[in-house]
Design a protein. Structure first.
Length: 388
């Protein structure tokens, strides 16, 4: 049983001074009362304090970080307008035949790259060759008719000249008979017969003049008109041109460079009607992005501002562009049934305005219409340098 040690009372303890040399020379002998406790729990050496270094690092780094963040937001805050509601767009042309007929040959396949002028498919040209032959025959007939009209004009002129000569003779005879009747050498009956003949001559002249006028009118008002300038000939020439055009349209060609699509339903022997869509062509040479910005983001947007475009299909690839134009209305205004908000909505829905972003240059990666994209427009004032 351990003996209980009482602490010395006040005034009983006396200070003892022991030098360091004596303590080091004397072996440390633990007292029997505390030796087991010291052996069971050895005292760890004191560690150096580290809080002072951490405090110093925090005192320096936190203000620096706050100052850098504040400077960044001060320089770029409100300057870059972003949206991920954007889609790649390319012109889409609906291909159709101008004429009716049956397909005799399909020269392309689905998603084939074509050049402007490449033949896509052919329609049976036989009926249109026959129509062209008829038009050429009608043109030749019209030219012959003009030549006949010119001959008719010459004949009418000859008749008019002869009628005028007869008229002159009858007028002279009438004058002589009137003179003889005044002298009593001619009867009134003879004078009346001569007067009737003179009137017939006048009538023949008038009729001949009408024939000449009709011949001139048949020649388009110009007796010296060139045959191919005659309206009838020009009509026949237009018919020939139309027949040639129809014959040329039996071969449907690509109107521009691009990728042909939706041709899987074309088959040889299929009948196509004029104006019906039979295929589609996506023009890959012209690419833009339609970015649907919120109406509250349009405050600083202007035409010509630079923009960066990233396409979801190609992460990390940034395309340069610029604001080409801002839409005239929201997308809902062009829908079949525009939304009517006159009844009043308790929740105000922010509208989006389509903004056309023109992609500058060409992309090394193929862009397809309808791809999702993200757009960032730099609305910096003139003369400043972008930092984003």
């Amino acid at each position: 049983m351990n003996a209980r040690v009482k602490p010395p009372a006040q005034g009983e303890a006396e200070p003892v001074s022991v030098t360091l040399e004596k303590v080091e020379q004397q072996p440390a002998v633990p007292s029997p009362a505390v030796a087991p406790q010291q052996a069971a729990a050895p005292v760890a050496p004191p560690q150096k304090p580290k809080r002072k270094g951490r405090r110093l690092a925090l005192l320096i780094s936190v203000p620096v970080i706050l100052a850098a963040a504040g400077a960044y937001f001060w320089l770029t805050g409100g300057r870059f307008v972003d949206t991920d509601n954007a889609y790649v767009q390319q012109p889409k042309v609906a291909l159709s035949a101008d004429i009716a007929g049956r397909i005799i040959d399909v020269k392309v396949h689905e998603n084939q790259v074509v050049k402007a002028g490449d033949v896509l498919f052919d329609i049976d040209p036989a009926p249109y060759k026959i129509a062209l032959d008829k038009a050429n025959a009608a043109l030749a007939s019209a030219r012959v008719n003009v030549d006949q009209l010119r001959v008719g004009y010459t004949t009418a002129q000859a008749k008019l000249s002869a009628a005028k000569s007869t008229q002159d003779i009858r007028q002279r005879v009438l004058g002589r008979n009137d003179s003889l009747a005044g002298k009593g050498f001619a009867t009134a009956a003879a004078v009346d017969d001569v007067r009737i003949s003179a009137q017939d001559a006048d009538t023949a002249v008038a009729l001949a003049q009408q024939e000449v006028a009709g011949a001139v009118a048949a020649l388009g008002g110009n007796p010296t008109i060139v045959t191919d300038d005659h309206p009838a000939v020009q009509t026949a020439q237009a018919a020939v041109a139309s027949a040639k055009r129809d014959l040329a349209n039996t071969s449907i060609v690509a109107p521009a460079d691009g990728i042909i699509s939706q041709v899987a339903s074309l088959n040889v022997g299929q009948f196509v009607a004029p104006g019906s869509t039979i295929a589609s062509l996506v023009e890959t040479g012209d690419t833009w992005v339609v970015a649907n910005f919120k109406e509250t983001q349009l405050t600083t947007l202007k035409d010509g501002q630079p923009a960066d475009v990233t396409v979801d299909a190609y992460p990390g690839v940034k395309l340069a562009g610029h604001v080409d134009s801002i839409g005239a209305a929201t997308g809902s205004e062009f829908s079949l049934i525009p939304a009517q908000n006159a009844t009043g909505n308790w929740v105000k829905v922010g509208q989006r305005i389509p903004v056309r972003i023109k992609v500058d240059g060409t992309s090394a990666q193929p862009l397809r219409t309808g791809m999702s994209a993200a757009v960032s427009v730099d609305t910096k004032p003139e003369g400043t340098v972008a930092t984003k």
